[in-house]
Design a protein around this ligand. Structure first.
Ligand code: SF4
Length: 370
């Protein structure tokens, strides 16, 4: 398959592995965080850790949007569906995330709530048009990649005068989360020498928003595509920077990412959404200006203005290590529930739900190495 197989070529992969091994210094360790869940999945699926020297450590980051959604926000969505009688629309993985008392949106549906899975924000708007006598809420989650479609559908709802449609906005921002991790003073916080930067997110925001990581924190960043050779090449680029004592933002994914990103998408987001003063992340706590809310001009389409849904912070389930995994402080094998009480079929924590979650990726592809 043109443009995919080229980035999965085994011969090239082996030659990149040899180049990494040749450049790695035996006198030090390299702790590299792959921020994005897409990278976590690709690394596990293609067995990349097996191709690296033992002193190159890949650390999972918090870049799975389903994983970082705090329990309190899912509780709010369940309350909307059960107590306010709305049609609640969201993406499939979100339905399975355990919330308080291991309830989920799927269980709310079994209890009579009208919860529907959608493939896009447009599906939710269509459902609103088909049900003019019902309130329809789009439970919007995701990083910068999925934010433009939410902004676009709100603009469309306003332009066409739809009155029964709102979005419960939970879109979060990647650079703020990276700052939150680098600022983490938790004693078990991850040690990071470099970051494999998000690629799909960067097609929207570009590579420029990561320059503070190099300038203020003196850590290199390489924006990397999701194919195995992209990841291997980005690891080699990071190791070269680390060996040279450099800290720059480099772009391995030049076939899709530029320094400035997509200005049309950025303008669309700025028209409809604005930064929240702070937002709670699972595992990372409250991070300033790390999420978006709907602005006053689109306030009629903001679920949080239309319905009283007070937010309550809820701790993770007892025994679940999702928080530490999302901070890069632990690995799935460090959780005593992994593969026993917690499996993809019956997840206890959010990291086991989406295929991009560290626990689900490790369960599917890597647990035989434990
Ligand atoms: S195995 Fe399950 S409970 Fe443990 S950290 Fe992973 S998702 Fe959370």
């Amino acid at each position: 398959m043109k443009y995919v197989d080229e980035f999965r070529d085994a011969t090239l992969g082996r030659s990149l592995a040899r180049a990494i091994a040749a450049e790695v210094s035996s006198r030090r360790n390299y702790h590299l965080m792959e921020f994005c869940g897409g990278h976590t999945h690709a690394i596990a699926r293609h067995g990349i850790p097996d191709l690296l020297p033992a002193n190159v450590h890949l650390i999972h980051g918090p870049g799975c949007p389903v994983c970082v959604l705090p329990i309190g926000r899912i509780d709010s969505a369940i309350a909307l569906a059960l107590d306010h009688g709305v049609i609640l629309c969201t993406y499939g993985d979100v339905l399975r995330v355990p919330a308080s008392e291991r309830r989920s949106l799927l269980q709310a549906r079994a209890a009579g709530a009208d919860v529907r899975m959608v493939y896009s924000s447009l599906d939710a708007l269509r459902i609103a048009r088909e049900n003019p006598d019902r309130e329809v809420v789009f439970f919007a989650i995701g990083f910068e990649t999925t934010t433009p479609p939410t902004a676009a559908v709100l603009r469309q709802a306003k332009a066409t005068g739809v009155k029964n449609f709102t979005a419960f906005c939970n879109h979060v921002l990647t650079p703020a989360a990276i700052r939150g991790i680098l600022d983490s003073t938790a004693p078990e916080g991850a040690r990071l020498d470099g970051i494999i930067g998000p690629s799909h997110v960067s097609t929207v925001i570009g590579s420029r928003p990561y320059e503070f990581v190099a300038e203020e924190y003196h850590r290199p960043v390489v924006i990397a595509g999701f194919e195995p050779l992209d990841v291997m090449q980005s690891i080699l680029m990071l190791i070269r920077q680390i060996n040279a004592g450099q800290a720059e933002v480099e772009n391995e994914f030049t076939r899709a990412v530029s320094r400035d990103g997509n200005p049309k998408a950025q303008a669309l987001i700025a028209e409809v959404l604005e930064p929240r003063p702070a937002f709670e992340w699972r595992g990372l706590g409250s991070i300033p200006r790390s999420a978006l809310r709907i602005n006053a001009a689109y306030g009629d389409f903001d679920t949080e203005r239309r319905f009283p849904i007070p937010y309550r912070a809820v701790p993770d389930h007892k025994g679940c290590e999702c928080g530490a995994i999302l901070r890069g402080a632990k690995e799935p094998r460090n959780c005593r529930l992994f593969g026993t009480a917690c499996t993809p079929e019956s997840p206890v924590g959010s990291c086991m739900v989406s295929s991009e979650g560290a626990c689900a990726a490790h369960y599917t592809y890597g647990r035989h190495r434990d």
